[in-house]
Design a protein around this ligand. Structure first.
Ligand code: C5P
Length: 480
């Protein structure tokens, strides 16, 4: 870790400690996706252990009404996590210096230079790529473990937050940078174990065909959500799905050779229409899996990727509180509610995706960019989840994806992703921010995942703008 970051963390923690020891009531405002839920929960745990009075609230994005609400709320101090880039001057006006931000989204040079009181803790300030090397959960963990070494037990959920933001982008889905350091701590404490395996959830509980059909880390048209098709595929490939006593075998019971045969069967299925696709899939299906060793063997929370899916489900379905309770250790009501939420969420996603694929007019693809029109079918809250899942589909490999929906208040929301093996140099966060701002909208995000909202009258101009920028990224080459 860089010395500058270490010093900044010490200074930042002193500010927090002074606030808590002064008896201040702290309000944590966080983003409602999995990374935001984890970042907010880590800060809540750290504050609880300090004996602070605190509350946590999750919001979909930072906007003027959130700032107004904070002002009206009149709490003593605000900790904003996974949110707030571009809002420092508004926060200063509304709340003086009674706030800090812990985030990993790229911020402008101007915002860095005007942060005189060091209220913003952001990896980009220290030359660390917040899109790939550390999540907001990871930054919150850095704060928590600087406050007290005892908080190192929170490293396990910080690993989940890195997976949630798809920062497992190293060789075979490994981590690098600060994420790798956090993972090392979690491993040394026996909280997370790491293996190379098939990247499917439920390795200890599900048969391979069920795991293939119901894991949403990949979207394979024809297999995902189709357990029957997965069963036939594996059976026809000669894979022994039951043991000699007639009992279904779970993935963990398969030998390495048998696992390779499963992966090859899937790659062959995909490759029947495109050979390159099957190579990509082979690459993508085998890699590091991160197991939360202290979780029950049958629990969905045991696999870091599945844990992150459950948190996303909670946030997207408007039940972020359940996700926060899970992150803070509730394994009773929160877990059973979380499981129900997960089924509803997966069903909604399934309906959304199948409508998109069956109503072909919703897709416009020129080989480089894909536009998906979700008007009338995609709930605003599901937009990011749908675009993340589509971006993992081998059918959209190499593309930049834009998914849109018309919201109830008459604005358009966009979610964009770089799909599997996308080589585009475009910085989607910059494109979304600048193209929407030019048309009285607002947005931002990371190089590979971003979003925005725009007024409905600006739709055509906006689409023309993002097409031009994606194909010939002028602004996106600039530093944010
Ligand atoms: O909503 P979605 O999952 O597509 O968001 C992708 C990324 O873009 C997230 O990191 C989110 O914080 C960011 N974003 C943003 N402003 C928006 C919408 C999304 O900064 N209006």
């Amino acid at each position: 870790m860089s010395d500058r970051l270490t010093d900044a963390l010490k200074h930042f923690c002193e500010k927090l400690r002074t606030s808590v020891e002064g008896g201040n009531e702290v309000s944590i405002i966080t983003h409602l996706d999995a990374d935001g839920i984890i970042a907010g929960s880590i800060m809540a745990m750290a504050l609880r252990r300090m004996g602070a009075r605190y509350s946590v609230r999750a919001v979909s994005d930072m906007n003027s009404s959130v700032v107004e609400n904070m002002k009206a709320d009149g709490r003593d101090f605000y900790v904003i996590t996974d949110l707030g880039g571009g809002w420092a001057s508004n926060l200063r006006k509304a709340l003086d210096n009674k706030w800090v931000i812990i985030d990993h989204h790229e911020i402008t040079e101007e915002e860095i230079l005007t942060d005189d009181e060091a209220q913003i803790l952001n990896p980009w300030k220290f030359g660390i790529d917040g899109g790939r090397e550390v999540s907001a959960g990871g930054m919150a963990y850095m704060v928590a473990s600087t406050l007290d070494l005892k908080n190192r037990d929170l490293s396990a959920i910080a690993v989940v937050s890195a997976v949630a933001d798809r920062q497992d982008q190293g060789d075979k889905r490994s981590f690098f940078g600060l994420n790798a350091e956090i993972l090392k701590t979690a491993q040394s404490l026996g909280l997370v174990s790491v293996d190379i395996d098939i990247i499917l959830a439920g390795r200890e509980t599900r048969t391979p065909h069920e795991a293939l059909a119901y894991t949403l880390f990949h979207y394979i048209d024809g297999l995902t959500w189709n357990s029957e098709a997965c069963y036939l595929l594996l059976k026809n490939a000669g894979i022994k799905l039951k043991d000699n006593g007639g009992r279904w075998r779970v993935l963990a019971e398969f030998s390495q050779e048998e696992k390779s045969a499963i992966v090859e069967a899937v790659a062959k299925f995909v490759g029947s229409s495109d050979k390159r696709l099957s190579e990509i899939l082979l690459d993508d299906l085998i890699g590091y899996v991160y197991t939360l060793a202290k979780e029950d063997k049958r629990s969905l929370l045991r696999d870091a990727r599945e844990f992150s899916t459950m948190l996303n489900a909670c946030g997207r379905i408007g039940r972020a509180g359940v996700g926060i309770a899970l992150c803070m250790g509730d394994r009773n009501t929160a877990l059973s509610t979380g499981e129900e939420i997960m089924s509803t969420y997966k069903m909604t996603l399934r309906n959304n995706i199948s409508t998109i694929f069956s109503e072909k007019w919703r897709l416009a693809d020129d080989g480089k960019t894909t536009f998906v029109n979700g008007d009338g079918i995609l709930e605003e809250a599901m937009l990011g989840a749908v675009s993340s899942l589509l971006s993992r589909s081998p059918s959209f490999r190499g593309r930049v994806l834009f998914v849109r929906t018309l919201t109830k208040d008459g604005t358009y929301k966009f979610s964009s992703r770089k799909c599997l093996h996308c080589k585009s140099q475009a910085n989607l966060g910059v494109i979304m921010r600048q193209c929407s701002k030019a048309l009285n909208g607002a947005g931002g995000g990371h190089s590979a995942a971003a979003g925005c909202s725009i007024p409905s009258s600006a739709l055509e101009d906006f689409i023309a703008g993002i097409k031009e920028e994606t194909n010939d990224p002028k602004i996106a080459r600039e530093t944010a």
